[in-house]
Write a protein that binds this ligand. Structure first.
Ligand code: GDP
Ligand code: MG
Length: 391
């Protein structure tokens, strides 16, 4: 039978962010290799992370690769995205769950547009702790790398992070993957920096259970499984839950199975990445973006007010102002819904502005003040905001 998940260390969710080709996936593979050699994880090769063949076989579109590992003091779930669009579209809302991030910057190239966009989005979704991996340090010139470090610290400071003090570690994912001792030690130093700099967050374990569905799969003979990160509360096998569907309908169900990374769990709590087996739910009845929650604990709303930061054109945002009647996509938790914007008395708002506005979504979603979201249009992130009130 399967080995059970033993909760012996605090669990944290982290992830790699950064510009395409700066080495996020190579670094992710290198981390698993270094920890596998230490005996506290299993090696996950580059191809498994970047292509996730198992999931492709099940016919699921891959948007996020999760790997799991342990350091001496913590258990981590680590996410890596295949591409920038996946990162933004699928991570942003899920990134609200990230307790910390590893910003990967190539020492050869420095800060690039996606580096800046990921830093901005991390800030907007509430990531407070970033550790920088200056990657490809094996190929970089030391003085140039010093300049890149300054540039990254400045970027982070400009976005409200503690750019002067946060750890910046020079690494080579590629050389560590090859077993080079110097660069293996650099990965160890990076992990130590994550262990010490990213605090164990306060978990909302006493709140009613809530999970936003990331993926849905069917296990023949067993039923429908939903996966995602527990946003708050705890859940056990046998628990009654409600599935809040996109159309504002609810479905009563019972959790009949609970796993993390293929290991059965006695209970899951806020911060855990889990798979829930739901009794009596058909595959077509639940989809990405739906919410599974404790019965009676949440309500859906189509209307809300928000404070929104419009991304400047120089950072990939719009080049023109927005006005009442603007109709972009709203990425809220794992859902993606079109919404009508009303600016009220203000005639228009410019990229770079922070504005208060009202939104009417095309379908109701469970919403509450304080919830973060991203605004997207034509494949770009043009805004990020926080819900202020619901109606
Ligand atoms: P991602 O798009 O950020 O996930 O980047 P990848 O991990 O796919 O790496 C992009 C390219 O950079 C690949 O050709 C890697 O072999 C190369 N690369 C990654 N890490 C390093 C490194 O530490 N040193 C050098 N020299 N090349 C690297
Ligand atoms: Mg990659």
């Amino acid at each position: 039978s399967k080995q059970a998940y033993i909760r012996s260390k605090p669990h944290l969710n982290i992830g790699t962010m950064g510009h395409v080709d700066h080495g996020k996936t190579t670094l992710t593979a290198a981390i698993t290799k270094v920890l596998a050699d230490r005996g506290t994880g299993s090696f996950v090769p580059f191809d498994r992370i970047d292509r996730a063949p198992e999931e492709l076989r099940r016919g699921i579109t891959i948007t996020i690769a999760h790997v799991e590992y342990e350091t001496d003091t913590r258990h981590y779930a680590h996410v890596d995205m295949p591409g920038h669009a996946d990162y933004v579209k699928n991570m942003i809302t899920g990134a609200a769950q990230l307790d910390g991030a590893i910003l990967v910057v190539s020492a050869l190239d420095g800060v690039m547009p996606q580096t800046a966009e990921h830093v901005l989005l991390a800030r907007q979704v509430g990531v407070r702790h970033i550790v920088v991996a200056l990657n490809k340090a094996d190929a970089g010139d030391e003085e140039l790398t010093d300049l890149v470090e300054l540039e990254v610290r400045e970027l982070l400071t400009a976005h409200g992070f503690d750019g002067d003090v946060l750890p910046v570690v020079r690494v080579s994912g590629l050389r560590a993957l090859e077993g080079d001792p110097r660069w293996t030690a650099a990965i160890e130093a990076l992990l130590d920096a994550v262990d010490t700099y990213v605090p164990v967050p306060e978990r909302y374990v006493d709140a009613p259970f809530l999970l936003s569905v990331e993926n849905v799969l069917t296990i023949t003979g067993r039923g429908t499984v939903v996966t995602g990160a527990v946003e708050r509360g705890t859940v056990r096998p046998g628990a009654s839950v409600e599935v809040h569907r996109g159309e504002g309908e609810q479905l009563a169900s019972v959790v009949t199975g609970l796993e993390t990374f293929g290991k059965p769990m006695e209970f899951a709590q806020a911060g855990d990445n889990v798979a829930l087996l739901l009794r009596g739910v058909q595959r077509g009845q639940v989809r990405r973006g739906d919410i599974v929650a404790a019965p009676g604990s949440i309500s859906a709303h189509a209307g809300f007010t928000a404070r929104v930061y419009l991304v400047p054109a120089a950072e990939g945002g719009r080049h023109t102002p927005i006005a009442t009647g603007y109709r972009p996509q709203f990425y809220i938790r794992t859902a993606d819904v079109v919404g009508d914007v009303d600016l009220g008395a203000v005639a228009m708002a410019l990229p770079g502005d922070t504005v208060d506005l009202a939104v009417t979504l095309a379908r109701p979603l469970p919403l509450e003040p304080g919830l973060g979201f991203a605004i997207r249009e034509g494949g770009r992130t043009v805004g990020a905001g926080t819900v202020r009130s619901v109606r």
